[in-house]
Write a protein that binds this ligand. Structure first.
Ligand SMILES: [Zn+2]
Length: 288
């Protein structure tokens, strides 16, 4: 389910694979706070990933410009020229990536592999990406939904867009299965990080969301659900041992991030990204 591939040549469909342990493992999860970096693009990176794995992984932020800030939302009422100039700035900052992959997300569970190409690679209706090749930067646009970063050390990376529909629909399982099949990496070695998204306290929902995510909708409501907590539960069932969770909440921290929910639907979009650079990743961490 939900597997596609695009390459430098013709695309082909492959089946998913991987082994799922039948019982939950005793994996531990911990909080990580993405570090703000200096540069033209306001962005925050997952601490330790570039040093440990040679991977560039993070998310853009609101930045300090007045008005819309560093809004990268392509499918919005924001003037396209302004948005594209920010994307070009982002691309210049990511000079180690000749290809940037993005999709018009639909809160689905389709995951596509990208193994070749240059410039912009854009697909409709895709909520998750995988690559095993250096120089290809995977991206998803985010404003409360959770960007899920997956890493098969020295073999490949994946990036998933997980709102409640994607979480309930099992995009994490699709992405993990696909990454295992593509890389041959043992499931215990897969590294996962749930990035900047809305926290449970800020995410008030109807019973359909709670029930859809497999939780109990007790009492009269409204209810709250923590998507990252749900994703981490799923990760344990999938057999992942190395799982971390962002300490940032997009709604609590609107000075730094965009929140669809906290803005009443008017906010911009951030871009989460992950890739294996052509050259080793640099380090320009600022104090927080
Ligand atoms: Zn919050």
């Amino acid at each position: 389910m939900g597997s596609k591939r695009v390459s430098g040549k013709a695309g082909k469909r492959v089946s998913t694979g991987g082994q799922r342990p039948s019982q939950e493992s005793q994996s531990q999860s911990s909080l990580l706070r993405e570090n703000p970096l200096s540069g033209m693009v306001p962005r925050f990176e997952i601490p330790g990933w570039s040093e440990r794995y040679g991977v560039v992984a993070g998310i853009t932020g609101r930045g300090s410009e007045p008005g819309r800030g560093f809004d990268l939302g392509l499918w919005s009422s924001e003037p396209v020229g302004d948005v594209m100039s920010r994307w070009l700035t982002f691309r210049r900052e990511m000079a180690n990536f000749p290809a940037v992959v993005l999709g018009n997300q639909v809160h689905g569970v389709e995951v596509m592999s990208v193994d070749g190409g240059r410039g912009w690679i854009q697909m409709e209706g895709i909520d998750g990406w995988i690559t095993t090749q250096p120089g290809i930067l995977l991206t998803v646009t985010i404003a409360d939904c959770v960007p899920v970063y997956l890493l098969a050390p020295a073999r490949g990376v994946a990036l998933l867009h997980a709102g409640w529909r994607g979480t309930a629909g099992g995009i994490l399982g699709v992405g993990v299965d696909r990454l295992l099949a593509e890389t041959g990496c043992p499931v215990k070695e897969i590294v996962m990080h749930c990035g900047v998204g809305i926290c449970g306290e800020c995410y008030e929902v109807g019973s359909e969301v709670v029930l859809g995510c497999g939780a109990a909708a007790d009492g009269p409501g409204p209810w709250h659900i923590d998507l990252r907590e749900q994703l981490m539960k799923q990760a344990r069932v999938l057999g992942l041992d190395h799982v971390t969770n962002s300490a940032w909440c997009s709604a609590h921290d609107r000075r730094r991030f965009y929140s669809h929910r906290a803005s009443g639907g008017t906010d911009g979009r951030m871009v989460a990204y992950v890739g294996m650079p052509m050259e080793p990743a640099g380090h320009r961490v600022l104090s927080q």
